[in-house]
Design a protein around this ligand. Structure first.
Ligand code: HEM
Length: 409
């Protein structure tokens, strides 16, 4: 087999070539095993079975008892001492620990909470477009896409204005590390900076948690540190790691979808005309199609807990499987003509926000709301807005990340 998903060089190939490779893998009778090289000083897997079909990703996501998120859904795994210092992230937990945390945090993403955020999101989008008008065309990522998600998370959490610049800086440092595999020296330096940034963020939110315990203000931190009707609340460490998770999970993902999204609308004028012709009728379809097409998170992994047959493949306890969301989202048996950008698709749900199951993206509705509002504001106030040239992409096998995308209006 000339395809090696475990080799970062594979991810250097243009998207078209990668999609063709995945299309070939989807045709095979069984998921294929890819051995992995050890990463010095880090706990990394020996290899994984690649789940590339939609049905396989759905099956593994749904059956969390067999397909465990512990010890981690990423590779390399966070070392034990990192978990000690930073606390564990719910994305890397199974029930009952996961279910407890998810119960506590879910109410902060309830339809009512999201409705309360709407006017704030609208104001933020309006300010972003004001600034674009004042400053003129440039880079869509820094001027538009990167500004909204972090603003919304800070607002939800009730992060005071004077801390926000610090949060932005720390997030930039901490996310610079994800996905890339630079030289060892650079990797160690980046990991160190990343840790310091995360620690600073956690310290900040824990301090805020103490203040909100003494004087709740109705924001997300107040909700999380004061007991819910079942008497449950987050500990300091849990609050810190949840905040880090939100910043990492909710920031890059929505920003990359918007950055790819403006390019998709530019390259597909017919779809754009449909959308702007009847925004209310098509915006939900457009956002889902952007997430399917872009698949902002390329992969998460699971560890098999007991012997299990998956489509004729005999898996053993301890085996790793990797869920390739981008491939599942181009599975031709679910999405006819999968490489077409079609905002009117009426198919089974894509798995861009994860497959159905206990870890389905907690922020999916928030992300949808942010992206709907941003595109409505952009396309209404700047009807000629369009991407110019090709995006600069980050080399990664994890985030489908756009570093920059020129635009004009
Ligand atoms: C386009 C935007 C987004 C995409 C594509 C995305 C994608 C995903 C995916 C694939 C998972 C599944 C993890 C798994 O199964 O192991 C996930 C989980 C999660 N997402 Fe998102 N996400 C997005 C936006 C957000 C936002 C805006 C937030 C919050 C502010 C958020 C918070 C989370 C959290 C907390 C989890 C972990 C849930 C759990 O383990 O129970 N995400 N996301």
């Amino acid at each position: 087999m000339d395809i090696d998903l475990a080799d970062l060089d594979f991810w250097r190939n243009p998207l078209k070539e990668r999609n063709e490779a995945f299309a070939r893998l989807r045709q095979l009778e069984h998921p294929v095993f890819f051995p992995e090289k050890k990463v010095p000083f880090l706990r990394s897997g020996a290899g994984f079975y690649a789940l590339v079909r939609h049905a396989d990703v759905v099956e593994a996501s749904r059956n969390a008892k067999v397909f465990s998120s512990e010890p981690a859904v990423t590779n390399p795994e966070p070392p034990g001492w990192v978990k000690q210092v930073f606390g564990e992230s719910m994305v890397n937990m199974d029930d009952p620990r996961h279910a407890r945390l998810r119960r506590i945090v879910t109410r902060s993403f309830s339809p009512k909470m999201l409705q309360n955020l709407q006017s704030d999101i609208e104001n933020a989008c309006a300010r972003i477009v004001d600034d674009v008008e004042a400053r003129g065309a440039g880079d869509f990522v820094t001027q538009v896409a990167a500004r909204l998600p972090i603003h919304v998370i800070c607002d939800m959490m009730g992060i005071p204005d004077e801390y926000r610049a610090k949060v932005h800086d720390h997030v930039d440092v901490s996310t610079a590390y994800t996905g890339v595999r630079p030289s060892l020296a650079r990797s160690v330096r980046m990991a160190g900076q990343n840790m310091m940034a995360l620690l600073a963020l956690q310290k900040l939110v824990i301090k805020l948690g103490h203040e909100r315990q003494a004087e709740p203000t109705g924001d997300l931190v107040s909700l999380l540190v004061n007991a819910n009707p079942d008497g449950e609340k987050l500990t300091d460490k849990e609050l810190g790691s949840f905040f880090s998770l939100l910043l990492v999970a909710g920031n890059e993902t929505a920003r990359n979808t918007m950055a790819h999204g403006i390019k998709l609308l530019t390259d597909h004028p017919d779809q754009r005309a449909l959308l702007t012709g009847d925004f209310d009728a098509h915006i939900n379809g457009a956002i889902e199609e952007m997430v399917r097409f872009v698949s902002p998170i390329m992969q998460f992994r699971r560890t098999v807990t007991e012997d299990y047959d998956l489509r004729g493949l005999h898996l053993r306890a301890g085996d790793k499987v990797v869920l390739f969301y981008g491939s599942a989202n181009r599975d031709e048996s679910v999405f006819p003509d999968p490489d077409a950008f079609d905002i009117t698709r009426d198919t089974k749900p894509h798995v861009g926000f994860g497959g159905p199951g206990p870890h389905f993206c907690l922020g999916a509705n928030l992300a949808r709301q942010e992206m709907r509002t941003m595109f409505r504001t952009l396309l209404t106030r700047l009807p000629a807005i369009r991407a110019v040239g090709e995006p600069e992409l980050l080399l990664s096998n994890f985030d489908n990340s756009v570093r920059s995308q020129s635009f004009t209006f």
